[in-house]
Design a protein around this ligand. Structure first.
Ligand code: DQA
Length: 148
């Protein structure tokens, strides 16, 4: 059966393409979804790609993934640095989780250097632009294969 990966995006990522393009690039959220869908198809995976500006909705989707998905790729955006509740949800989900940031958060303001979500992530990718999502899907494909 094809493994389903939830690809979850947090606040303000709907603005990709117009939001601080010098940091996040010119690509839009639709472009990012296309990249993820094409990558997943090549790996024999299926994705459910979503974005929300609401912390509670992100947490509900993580809880839902528990019964519906094989793994999670998440860019929690600003909630990375603030949300203990999102970290708790990811810790309870018992699925492989990879955290992705488009920008190199460690080369930016100090408040971006810490992510609560990283405690719940098997791996963290940052600073590689949209390619970070592609690499996260490749890593999950390997992890899921090893688990079989
Ligand atoms: C981000 C980095 C976060 O610090 C920021 O709040 C975002 C996007 C990234 O993808 O680089 O919204 O997660």
């Amino acid at each position: 059966m094809t493994s389903l990966i939830y690809v979850l995006n947090g606040p303000n990522l709907n603005l990709l393409g117009s939001r601080e393009p010098e940091i996040y690039g010119a690509g839009t959220l639709d472009d990012l979804e296309t990249l993820c869908a094409e990558t997943a198809e090549g790996l024999g995976l299926a994705i459910d790609f979503r974005q929300t500006n609401l912390e509670g909705e992100l947490i509900t989707w993580v809880q839902e993934a528990r019964s519906k998905a094989a793994a999670i790729v998440i860019n929690p955006a600003g909630y990375s640095h603030t949300s203990i509740a999102l970290m708790d949800a990811l810790l309870s989900v018992e699925l492989p989780v990879i955290e992705v940031h488009i920008s190199n958060v460690h080369a930016r303001e100090k408040f971006r250097h810490h992510s609560y979500v990283s405690r719940a992530a098997q791996g963290v990718i940052c600073g590689l632009g949209f390619a970070g999502y592609r690499l996260a899907l490749i890593a999950l494909s390997d992890i899921l294969e090893e688990d079989q």
